[in-house]
Each structure stands twice: as structure tokens, then as C-alpha cells.
Design a protein around this ligand. Structure first.
Ligand SMILES: [Zn+2]
Length: 62
């Protein structure tokens, strides 16, 4: 229950969404498809990134 070091505000959640396939990153490096992205309904900030799958497909030699 000790959360002294956690200074992150829980009012808004930052969601990382893959710009390639639309998967959303969950804790534990898990990317899942979320059908209706609740962007407007809740205080969620969407940041676009790229998931490992799309990264590998875009840069197969890396
Ligand atoms: Zn992707």
C-alpha cells in the first residue's frame, strides 16, 4: 500500500497505441486490440507508437 514514490497522477491515463495495427499497449508489454477506443469517454491520452510486431514487419533486418 505504500505509494510514496508513485507520484503519477491517476486522473489521466496515457495509452500507447500502435500506429500500424491499432493495438494498445498493456502493462507487461502486452499489446491487444481494443475495439472501441475509449478516448472521448474517459480521461485517456493516446500516444501513438509502434508495437513489436509492426516494428519487426517494418524493419525486418533489425
Ligand atoms: Zn502494430
Amino acid at each position: 500500500m505504500s505509494s510514496k514514490s508513485q507520484n503519477i497522477s491517476k486522473r489521466s491515463r496515457l495509452v500507447l497505441m500502435c500506429a500500424g495495427c491499432g493495438r494498445v499497449k498493456f502493462p507487461g508489454d502486452k499489446w491487444k486490440r481494443v475495439k472501441p477506443v475509449p478516448v472521448s469517454s474517459a480521461r485517456i491520452d493516446v500516444s501513438h507508437g509502434i508495437c513489436p510486431v509492426c516494428f519487426a514487419s517494418h524493419y525486418p533486418e533489425l
